[in-house]
Write a protein that binds this ligand. Structure first.
Ligand code: CA
Ligand code: CA
Length: 152
C-alpha cells in the first residue's frame, strides 16, 4: 500500500495593499488632427472617439503587444473641424506614473460597432509615437491626443 500524502495547496492570502496608489496621476485629454489629413477626409471630422490607455512599455510603433491589457477606455464625442486642439474633453481615472500611450480612432463616418469598435478606411487614428505621455504622480497633466494618420 502506498500512502499518498496530499498537500492542499494553501493559497496564502495575499494582503492586497489597496492603498489609493499615491503614485498615480491623471491625464486630461485635448484632441487635434493633422491639417493635411483633415483636408483629405471624406466627411467632417466629427464623431465619437473610441480609445484606450496603454502602458508605454507594452506598446511599440505597431500598437499594443500581444497580451497587453489596457488601463481604461475612452469614449467621447469630438468636433475637430477646426483642427484643434480642443478644450479638455476627457479626464482619465488614476493611471500609474509612467509613460502612457493613448490609442484610438475617430469614427467620423459613424459606422463602427460600438460593442467592438474599430476604424475603417479614412477614419482618423492616433499613432503610438505621437501619443505617449508622462503621467506625473499626484498631478493631472493636460495633453493633446493627436490624429496623425487616416486609417488606410
Ligand atoms: Ca468608421
Ligand atoms: Ca471611414
Amino acid at each position: 500500500m502506498i500512502a499518498l500524502l496530499l498537500l492542499a495547496a494553501c493559497s496564502a492570502e495575499k494582503v492586497e495593499t489597496a492603498a489609493p496608489a499615491a503614485g498615480d496621476g491623471t491625464l486630461a485629454l485635448t484632441f487635434g488632427i493633422d491639417s493635411d489629413y483633415l483636408a483629405a477626409m471624406e466627411e467632417p471630422a466629427v464623431g465619437t472617439f473610441y480609445g484606450s490607455f496603454w502602458r508605454g512599455s507594452e506598446v511599440t510603433s505597431l500598437g499594443p503587444d500581444d497580451g497587453a491589457e489596457d488601463l481604461g477606455g475612452i469614449e467621447v464625442v469630438l468636433d475637430l473641424t477646426d483642427g484643434g486642439p480642443t478644450a479638455v474633453m476627457f479626464t482619465s481615472g488614476p493611471l500609474p506614473a509612467e509613460e502612457i500611450v493613448v490609442l484610438g480612432f475617430l469614427d467620423s463616418d459613424a459606422n463602427t460597432d460600438p460593442g467592438a469598435p474599430g476604424p475603417d478606411a479614412k477614419d482618423p487614428v492616433t499613432l503610438p509615437n505621437d501619443n505617449d505621455f508622462d503621467v506625473v504622480a499626484g498631478q493631472e497633466t493636460t495633453v493633446e491626443v493627436y490624429f496623425g494618420l487616416l486609417n488606410p
